[in-house]
Design a protein around this ligand. Structure first.
Ligand code: ATP
Ligand code: MG
Length: 201
């Protein structure tokens, strides 16, 4: 079993996440990709994150038609702040020593890995797949954090460039600007149905 984990806040999920997961699936010959919405993200304590249930459901809706994608409740059901290393250890336990774990991340998040809690424990636990993302220089981040990242197993992939972010989508909704074609139609419908992101933030 080669298992990809696509971690994120997914507030909301968008086409950038989906394209990245699909590219990782194919390029690394993964059996499936599990989207893992964070519970209370340890690094995003500065703004009110949308309820885990909304974020989880939007991710389910967005991935429902892809037989190779799943969504896990593991992090949102775990109390307290979310740390990725805890998740990977739990998945290792669940899937057994034969399984191979791949954590998929965008260019902006990868340099962060080195500074995560217990980063050295990732060694031998999973391979990181670092994807290109418009506006972020993947190679520069690696040069700068070379020492911290050297101990980890990191692979690179190039994904079709989509300059989409959840921040921009939230901003657009609050300003009554369109989000069509940035996120699946079903997710846009969900956002409007529940009046998410309408308040300026
Ligand atoms: P926010 O603006 O709220 O931070 P985001 O768009 O960055 O949202 P996250 O949920 O923070 O989305 O990201 C989850 C993962 O997906 C991260 O590893 C991030 O780097 C990656 N990612 C997000 N958007 C893209 C994109 N357009 N292309 C490639 N990777 C992306
Ligand atoms: Mg982000």
């Amino acid at each position: 079993m080669r298992l990809g984990i696509m971690g994120g806040t997914f507030d909301p999920v968008h086409l950038g996440h989906l394209v990245t997961a699909e590219e990782a699936l194919v390029q690394f010959n993964l059996d499936r990709v599990v989207f893992m919405p964070t519970g209370q993200p340890a690094r995003k304590t500065d703004r009110a994150v949308t309820s885990a249930e909304h974020r989880y459901l939007m991710t389910v809706i967005a991935t429902a038609s892809n037989p190779d994608f799943d969504v896990s409740r593991m992090e949102i059901d775990r109390p307290g702040l979310t740390y990725t290393v805890d998740t990977m250890l739990a998945l290792r336990e669940q899937y057994g020593p034969q399984s191979e774990l791949f954590f998929i991340t965008g260019a902006d998040a990868v340099w962060d890995i080195a500074t995560w809690k217990d980063a050295e424990r990732f060694r031998g636990l999973c391979t990181f797949i670092a994807a290109t993302r418009p506006g972020y220089d993947l190679e520069a981040a690696f040069v700068e954090y070379a020492e911290e990242l050297a101990a980890l197993d990191i692979e690179f992939i190039e994904v079709p460039a989509l300059a989409i972010s959840s921040t921009d989508i939230r901003e657009r909704v609050s300003q009554r600007r369109p989000i069509r074609y940035l996120t699946p139609e079903s997710v846009a419908g969900y956002i409007h149905k529940y009046g998410l992101y309408r308040e300026a933030f």
